[in-house]
Design a protein. Structure first.
Length: 375
């Protein structure tokens, strides 16, 4: 009997080891295929599952030497950190999700923030509406201006040395753009809300946005390669940020990226991102009831819902095969991604560092999960 148990354990370990090797081999093949795309100049991919004993870390560049330890621009993954910071302040009883933002921001900033059909709704907007993109506010990056002048994303390369201040970005939306709907009456994804949230974090905590992240997230979790672009430095990791591109143009070093702040200014590593998300899911950063409140979903688009700085995606229809898989996490416009699949207890983080590739990452994530599921 004892010998049979030992034989079974050896067989199980052997099969597990074989399965893990197959997963790694197939994932590496997928990764190489992404890099064969002539548009892609570099890529990072990190797959981690404690329960499945998986920890695959891949990084490669056609232009420079990089390793998995190099930080990269995470873009809108930043929204998860901003929303979590608001959750931390809630747990500290310094604010509530349903509070009106006028309680925390100066009248000069609030006045004329949201005027629609000659009626002002600025003082009606809540923190929850900012978190969930339901305030109706326009997006200073991509929305059209009322006078046909360039929005901020079209100004980034006009003056690459410009330093954008948060208040300046808010004033730009007030002067140049119109709200989309009354607060709470729709959904419109906008970085404007996350600039306001970062300003609330600063007002309530008495710390700069980047200092708050350092004190309450980066330092406690040992996230040594994470910082806010142009605002702070990493705790230890001194490796240069991986370059990201639009076409063949490098954007990672321009000063005008200061316009990407509370909604997209985070630079991080795959290890740091997964460490953060794992701690978040295990209620080590915010309390359980706060985390669950942050996962109150509203419809965003087909198979996709949005909570408080976090998305939920069903990937059933991508290739119409196998069972449905659920993901929670976020993506960024630089083709960055951070996802957790509860069914497979698997984290996936990485980037393709190319604006044009931002929509293709979900297919990559889907294929990776299918490899894990089938092994």
């Amino acid at each position: 009997m004892k010998n049979n148990v030992i034989l079974f354990l050896l067989l199980f370990i052997s099969m597990t080891s074989f399965g893990q090797k197959m997963i790694k081999k197939e994932v590496e093949k997928l990764f190489k295929a992404e890099l064969e795309n002539e548009v892609i100049k570099s890529a990072f991919l990190h797959i981690y599952s404690e329960s499945r004993d998986i920890n695959i870390q891949l990084a490669e560049s056609k232009e420079n030497t990089i390793t998995i330890n190099h930080p990269f621009y995470t873009a809108s993954i930043t929204k998860m950190f901003t929303a979590t910071s608001i959750g931390i302040l809630k747990d500290q009883k310094k604010l509530n999700f349903q509070d009106r933002i006028a309680q925390y921001l100066p009248d000069t900033l609030i006045k004329h923030l949201h005027v629609l059909d000659y009626k002002e709704y600025s003082r009606d907007i809540t923190i929850a509406q900012l978190l969930q993109h339901t305030s109706g506010l326009p997006d200073y990056f991509t929305d059209e201006t009322i006078d046909a002048s360039p929005n901020i994303i079209n100004q980034l390369l006009v003056d690459t040395n410009k330093i954008w201040l948060p208040q300046e970005m808010i004033e730009f939306t007030k002067e140049k753009m119109k709200p989309h709907f009354n607060p709470g009456q729709g959904y419109n994804y906008t970085d404007t809300e996350y600039v306001l949230l970062a300003l609330i974090i600063e007002k309530v905590s008495g710390l700069s946005y980047n200092a708050f992240l350092n004190k309450h997230i980066f330092q406690p979790l040992g996230m040594d390669g994470s910082y806010i672009n142009l605002k702070s430095k990493p705790l230890k990791n001194q490796l240069p940020v991986a370059e990201f591109y639009v076409g063949d143009m490098v954007l990672s070093s321009i000063q005008s990226l200061s316009a990407d702040w509370g909604g997209g200014g985070l630079v991080s590593t795959t290890q740091d991102l997964i460490r953060f998300f794992k701690a978040f899911n295990e209620d080590e950063i915010v309390k359980n009831n706060t985390r669950l409140a942050m996962q109150s979903w509203v419809y965003e688009t087909e198979n996709m819902q949005y909570g408080f700085g976090i998305r939920q995606v069903t990937i059933k229809d991508i290739k119409d095969e196998g069972k449905n898989l659920m993901l929670i996490g976020h993506t960024g416009s630089t083709a960055s991604f951070l996802w957790y699949c509860p069914e497979l207890d698997t984290y996936i983080a990485g980037t393709l560092n190319q604006l044009e590739a931002s929509k293709s990452t979900m297919s990559l994530v889907h294929d990776v999960l299918k490899i894990i599921e089938n092994n």
